[in-house]
Ligand binder design. Sequence first.
Ligand code: PLP
Length: 438
Amino acid sequence: MASHRRDHAVRAAVAHGLLTPDRPVVALLDTAGIRASATALTRAFAAVTDAPVLHAFAVKAAPLVPVLRLLHTAGLGAEVASPGELALARAAGVPPARTVLDSPAKTPAELREALALGIAVNADNLQELARLDALVASAPTTSPLGLRVNPQVGAGSIGALSTATATSKFGVALRDEGAREAVVQAFLDRPWLTRLHTHTGSQGVPLALMAEAVREVHALAEEINARAGRQRIDTLDIGGGLPVDFTSDEETPAYAAYARLLADTTPALFDGRYRLVTEFGRSLLAKHGTILARVEYTKTSGGRPIAVTHAGVQLATRTVYAPESWPLRVLAYDAGGRPRDGEPVVQDVAGPACFAGDLLATGRALPLLRPGDIVAVPDTGAYYFAHHYAYNSLPRPGIHGFTADDDGTVTFATVREPQTLTEIVAESGGAHADALVR
Ligand SMILES: Cc1ncc(COP(=O)(O)O)c(C=O)c1O
């Protein structure tokens, strides 16, 4: 998010009463920024190929209906990986022809529904292909069908997000003994199988490794087509995974750089013989989301200043549990939403949850925070505040989209209402209070 837009938005969030002592945490989404990222993605691929490309937003990155609708109006589709994500995409109006279903554990009912709707499905493994055999035989479908493969090109810097390792749970492990031949044969046996899918991993995977995996999958498609004596594979789904810079407001690496790298590594990928699908998530949304939380108290402990805020593990789960892999910036504002000045002081920024590790940042140099100040946590538009963790029954905060005019006028639109205590009770078995004492 551009820093001037963020500054206007923080101030306006206070002025509009979105952040108050009684409502001490809120999340913002920069609508113009999201639109700009969608445009950058579309243009980056249009610059290197005339082939049709479906950019299917990975819903897991920001499972919010208004976000999916915005991206749909910007020309993107949706990649869904669960019945819930499919329901969100449908609620947003994303048509089946622009939806792709990938997940490692689809039930027969999910597969049946996807095939009935005509949604593209990527099978994860050969057992799933056997399920599809039965379904395809039992009812006609317009769903394009593919198979996910794992080229086993290796890991990035975050193991938990590296999906192309030797022992990854995703896809058919291509370098395992006999696997490549089994995949080729699976295609030769099934005239309806027309797509190959791969996703090398997310944050932490170098672009060169992503490009290498795509090259391998393209080579496999060429092999299958050659063995079949005609173009059996017509679409390559190359997944998502573009990393994000969490250390600054820079939006790097750029889609254009990745598209050029793909063009350099595998020129034939873009020669028009293959339709393409991409599944970017984090890189479309991360930079456009910001958490705002009030500082409730400040203290020192063992000489270390600590600001206790209302943003912690419930919103920044990965950062709290794996801070080395997921460091976030923290920016200081005063109670009126103006950037704080003052000599930087090394301090901890803590969340509200009742365990010692609930820290957004440790040993961070910031103007010494005071009660009533606001901390802004940028780059949290993907896989953060939309991925609430219900520890301590902390409520999901409200999410507001905003637009900022050149003169600083900010307009907000509700994306998600804050969760109420009544909803928390209902979601926690409130209707079954006597269930265990009957
Ligand atoms: C199959 C698949 N596609 C796309 C994505 C999106 O990745 P990213 O948000 O890093 O772009 C993921 C992330 O886990 C995924 O598993």
